[in-house]
Write a protein that binds this ligand. Structure first.
Ligand code: NAD
Length: 711
């Protein structure tokens, strides 16, 4: 009974306190399961001498959820074991829930996943009203479904219409939102109040029953046979498929488990849910998502790539040069973290305009009731438009986000380092120019680094930190601290053209455009990408970035390579881009015409003439899908081989957060692992034979394949 303390007081109220030994949070591991079984048996045996049961936790959170260390290791051969495991937990919870004793959850902190499922098995839920507290079932975001009764009880309590969005989106609710939805019955402002209210409720409800076990209880909205739902439900799977493209088994399983649960009694429903859970937990997609979104992301946030031997720095004042799209966004992100931002552009008016960008974003949050007018005011005080370099004299870090032009960047860097304190660091937000070369504008190259943000900065979580040849480890540590301080996710790469993200993303768009040159139907190309799990097709995203920018980057690359005596790069997509730009004058979305047409008052559609520009027989659809993912995964291996990327976690998280690489796969390198390193290598050889040398597996991949070793 180690992990759950059982105490009975003089009023015959049993308190079960979750207190996992040797862990900072409670999880549903073996020790917990054994303890749950033991306390349940004790309560059953002692039932006549018990008036009620109160559940709470000794940790700062109520309960964290399933034990992911355990789950990530199971394979398809373990399905029976997993099924039996969740059935065991559910049997105990169901026993407590239907014992005929009032049972209340005094939820003293965040309760997610399994933790919230325990709370749902109580008749009454009271929650600590703290702004940091969240409750909900985020399993779907890790490729799972709530297998501890979460689907069944949510649907029985709320009905399909209200319950499904919570389960399918894995929403985490604030105490107020949970109260509003009726998922908790009351809030308390302190743990003392919480416990007192819980006891009071037990005294007042001696013969309480779970609401859906009460006679005559009707599930809100009814079941699938109720006319309104019967009309709506048949189209739901199609709507879901439109969103998931069949890449995500979890939301499909949640939908099935939820609908089926209403046709049967609760015990059968719980068993159905366990079967779906076992299938998902032992499947590959959950493994990919848990590995990347949980373990690797946490390792990155905890500082896996940060040199350890430097104290953590907290930034108070920074400077941002260039108040355009990126600079204004960076200023917003830093001000949000309470940092003072000195924002400079070519004139005070231009800098003010950059500040206005934050004001606009804040107005949006104000309208949604997320902040108050006072919050907005306090936020904006952190952004100080300036028009002289001298005003940067007290900054600890300056990030330049001026035009992508070497000369402009050199000029602003020289003028900035001339006024900066000696210890300050300087960063560039360039997306293509090598950091080592930009650093040369500073006499302190060791204090120069790349901080590559993504657009729109307020939404995109990733920052690619780029080390120049001379960047010191201390500068890296400090830049890393800044990125974490503004609550973004840092990956760290060595200097190289396009770094990691732009280099791989560029190949994705080029591969799609190359297919056009082979006479593939534009719609087939776009669909192949979406069905492979990419968020936007290569043609649509090329239009967004603009074809003229591709051309600019290509020309700059060519010039640099030729200077180094290397041959200019070749790619079958180049000819298509040239024709689009010069023959048809279609530069992309901003210009109103690209691969797509952009009617003023309608939805965009593929430019009708596009499909007649090149002729060719349709290729197997699977080849199109594979080419779009393989080209990215193969380039990632090359980048890793070149030691531009230094960690697998950075590769995976950078690919998903930076350029939207199919999240179901767990990222570019995990995609290879889950495909099977050997099978992937063989398929790459095949693609190379059919479609060109760019698919030839790099040496590192061949070695891994020979050793049958994963990334
Ligand atoms: P932008 O054109 O929107 O903004 C550039 C700003 O810099 C303009 O406001 C301009 O007035 C200002 N500026 C020019 N010369 C200046 C000077 N001497 N001193 C101060 N300010 C000056 O460009 P952007 O899209 O914000 O890009 C800025 C940088 O960020 C570029 O290096 C770009 O490659 C990089 N970047 C852009 C994106 C993107 O998606 N747009 C993504 C990542 C990185």
């Amino acid at each position: 009974m180690n992990d759950i303390r059982l105490e009975k007081d003089s009023n015959q109220i049993v308190t079960l306190t979750f207190d996992a030994q040797g862990q900072s949070a409670n999880t549903m591991n073996t020790a917990f399961r054994d303890s749950l079984r033991a306390v349940t048996q004790k309560i059953v045996a002692d039932k006549a001498q018990i008036k009620g049961i109160l559940l709470t936790s000794a940790k700062s959170t109520f309960f964290a959820g399933g034990d992911l260390n355990e789950l990530v290791q199971v394979g398809t051969e373990d399905a029976d074991k997993i099924f039996a495991m969740v059935e065991g937990i559910k049997a105990d919870l169901r026993t407590l829930e239907s014992l005929g004793l009032p049972i209340v959850a005094a939820i003293n902190g965040t309760a997610l996943g399994g933790g919230w499922e325990i709370a749902l098995a109580c008749h009454h839920r009271l929650l600590l009203n703290d702004p940091k507290v969240r409750v909900g079932l985020p399993e779907v975001t890790l490729g799972l479904l709530p297998g501890g009764g979460g689907v069944v009880r949510t649907i029985r309590l709320l009905g399909l219409e209200k319950g499904m969005p919570l389960l399918m989106e894995g929403k985490q609710l604030t105490p107020e939102a949970a109260l509003k939805m009726g998922l908790v019955h009351g809030l308390a402002s302190s743990t003392d109040e919480l416990n007192a209210k819980a006891r009071q409720w037990i005294f007042e409800n001696p013969s309480s029953k779970q609401i859906f076990d009460q006679e005559g209880y009707k599930v809100p909205g009814g079941n699938a046979k109720t006319p309104k739902l019967a009309e709506m439900l048949p189209i739901v799977p199609a709507m879901l498929l439109d969103k998931t493209k069949g890449c995500y088994p979890a939301p499909e399983a949640i939908l099935e488990a939820a609908v089926e649960s209403l046709h049967v009694d609760i015990d059968t429903a719980l068993r159905i849910e366990s079967r779906y859970f076992a299938r998902l937990a032992t499947g590959q997609v959950a493994k990919n998502m848990i590995g990347s979104f949980w373990f690797q992301l946490n390792a990155i946030k905890a500082g896996e790539s940060r040199p350890r031997d430097f104290p953590r720095q907290k930034f108070q004042k920074i400077g941002v040069l260039g108040a355009g799209m990126m600079g204004a966004g960076i200023a917003y992100a830093a001000a949000k973290a309470g940092i003072d931002v000195y924002l400079k552009d070519v004139s005070i008016e231009a800098a003010e305009k950059g500040k206005q960008y934050s004001a606009k974003l804040l107005d949006g949050r104000l309208q949604k009731g997320q902040i108050t007018e006072a919050d907005k005011h306090a936020f904006l005080e952190h952004i100080i438009p300036i028009d002289s370099y001298e005003a940067l004299a007290n900054c600890e870090l300056v990030i330049e986000a001026v035009f992508e032009d070497r000369q402009v960047k050199k000029d602003v860097t020289e003028k900035t380092v001339a006024v900066l304190p000696r210890h300050a660091i300087m960063a560039s937000n360039t997306s293509t120019l090598p950091i080592t070369s930009l650093a040369k504008a500073s006499p302190y190259q060791n204090q120069f680094i790349g901080l590559h943000f993504f657009s729109p900065v307020d939404k995109m979580q990733l920052v690619e930190i780029i080390l120049g040849a001379e960047t010191s480890r201390e500068t890296l540590a400090r830049a890393f601290d800044f990125v974490r301080q503004i609550d973004k996710v840092p990956i760290v790469v060595n200097d190289s053209r396009g770094f990691y993200t732009s280099r791989v993303f560029g190949l994705y768009t080029q591969e799609g455009i190359a297919m056009l040159a082979e006479g593939q139907a534009p719609m087939a190309i776009e669909r192949a990408a979406l069905q492979a799990g990419m968020p936007v097709g290569p043609l649509a995203v090329s239009d967004e970035v603009s074809l003229s920018l591709f051309d600019l980057v290509r020309k700059a690359t060519e010039a640099d390579l030729v200077k180094q005596g290397k041959p200019a790069p070749q790619h079958p997509s180049f000819a298509v881009v040239d024709r689009m730009l010069h023959e048809f004058k279609r530069k992309g979305k901003a210009a109103g015409a690209g691969f797509y047409e952009y009617p003023k008052d309608g939805k965009k559609y593929i430019w009708p003439q596009l499909s007649s520009l090149y002729q060719g027989s349709p290729l197997p659809f699977q080849d199109l899908k594979d080419r779009l993912l393989f080209i990215q995964a193969l380039e990632t291996v090359r980048i890793y081989e070149e030691k531009v990327l230094m960690s697998v976690a950075d590769a995976n998280i950078g690919s998903i957060f930076g350029f939207g690489f199919a999240p179901w796969s767990g990222g570019t390198l995990q995609f290879i692992n889950s495909y099977g390193v050997r099978a992937f290598t063989m398929r790459a050889h095949e693609l190379a034979q059919r479609y060109g040398e760019r698919f030839t597996p790099p040496r590192l991949l061949i070695e891994k394949s020979e050793r049958n070793e994963k990334f």
